[in-house]
Design a binder for this molecule. Structure first.
Ligand code: FES
Length: 282
């Protein structure tokens, strides 16, 4: 069940901790370290979580780690539909069953993947895409992207044409859940307000529900609106383009990057090919 929260105003000023250190990309070992240093601290701070390190990949950062996404339901997620599945692997069938209860054909859950926070959203795109948008049934929208200044960046398809794995797989999209405002962890329908109710409108705007909502300062993200955008590696200041979901409102400047999905039977796994997209909070 969703909870009511009082929202805080966004603090003024920009975070200026970025510093130049050279290479614009990070390798897999650095990503594992990144996941440990950021997700552990943020989850512990934001959700009151202990023992998060037990979810990380095996020590040493070898390539044989488990890439399955797992539910995270310790904290304010304990009353969500996946509350009894804390630390269990995410399965598509769970999302399909939950989406069947939704008026929009969607479901979402918080989780962890590769040591970082995620939100996985199921959208019954294959069924709903052929129906009129006026019926309020959600479907993925492949859109142009604009940065925080309104400058055109590119279309989602510009990246997905190069790497088709970026397109939603099996009606699922995995989203790196660190807010592009000040790096809190957005959730999916954990807060009750007009932005998170089980409604959907087309266009990636802010007038419908079914949003990812960041409790810290009320940023919203539409997990059905897929676009290209840009962000900055916080450690070295380099800019990068990424495929992500659209920021629809609030102080966050841009949307959240996606993590490509690979299905392992019914189990949802993420691909670590675009780890440099997740560095804006590092
Ligand atoms: S951290 Fe400020 S809105 Fe998310």
């Amino acid at each position: 069940m969703s909870r009511e929260y009082d929202l805080k105003p966004a603090p003024s000023g920009e975070d200026s901790s970025a510093k130049a250190v050279g290479d614009s990309l990070i390798n897999r070992r650095q990503f594992l370290s990144y996941g440990f240093n950021t997700a552990t601290g943020v989850l512990a701070a934001s959700l009151g979580v202990l023992g998060f390190a037990s979810l990380l990949l095996p020590p040493g950062g070898s390539g044989g780690g488990d890439l399955a996404a797992k539910y995270w339901a310790k904290g304010r997620e304990d009353e969500a539909w996946y509350g009894a599945m804390h630390e269990q692997v995410m399965k598509k069938s769970d999302f399909v069953a939950e989406a069947a209860k939704s008026s929009t054909g969607t479901s979402g859950a918080a989780g962890v993947w590769n040591g970082v926070p995620i939100v996985v959203t199921y959208v019954d795109h294959s069924k709903n895409a052929g129906s009129p948008v006026s019926n309020g049934k959600a479907r993925f929208q492949f859109m142009d992207g604009y940065d925080g200044t309104g400058k055109y960046v590119g279309h989602f398809d510009d990246l997905a044409d190069i790497d088709p794995r970026l397109a939603p797989s099996e009606n699922l999209v995995m989203i790196f859940a660190r807010c592009t405002h000040l790096c809190c962890i957005p959730g999916w329908q954990l807060v009750s307000n007009s932005f998170t109710e089980d409604t959907w409108t087309p266009g990636g705007g802010d007038d419908g529900g079914t949003k990812l909502f960041c409790i810290c300062h009320s940023s919203r993200f539409d997990p059905t609106a897929l676009e290209m955008n840009t962000n900055t590696n916080r450690s070295n200041g380099s800019k990068f383009k990424y495929a992500g979901v659209r920021r629809s409102g609030g102080p966050a400047p841009v949307g959240l990057p996606i993590i490509p999905i690979a299905m392992n039977g019914d189990i949802i796994e993420g691909l670590p090919d675009y780890v440099d997209w997740y560095t804006y909070c590092d």
